[in-house]
Design a protein around this ligand. Sequence first.
Ligand SMILES: [Zn+2]
Length: 111
Amino acid sequence: MNIPKTIKLGGVRYAVEITDKLNLGSANYSAEIDYLTLTIRVCPTAPQKQEVDFLHELLHAIADHLGYKDHDEKKIDELAHALYMVIEDNPALFSPPEKAENLKPSKGARP
Ligand SMILES: [Zn+2]
């Protein structure tokens, strides 16, 4: 998985920064989302931790876009870890079609 420099969601583009300068402080948090400046900040931790943290903040952005204001941190974090697991366990999922041959059903396979 690659953490992008920006990500477009719901018609707006969030900047994604890898930084230890969080408005919430980096002592107790490893990432944050700023809905006013459209910025996701992820602390420079281990790469896999950064990716899960990025997905966590992305899920906050999705929930916000859908109109949910009080996000359940436990559910957001569980979904982030579950999504990370699916993405990591299925690397061809977002690959171009020629690289995703294993996603197609084999001949004779039933739907
Ligand atoms: Zn959160």
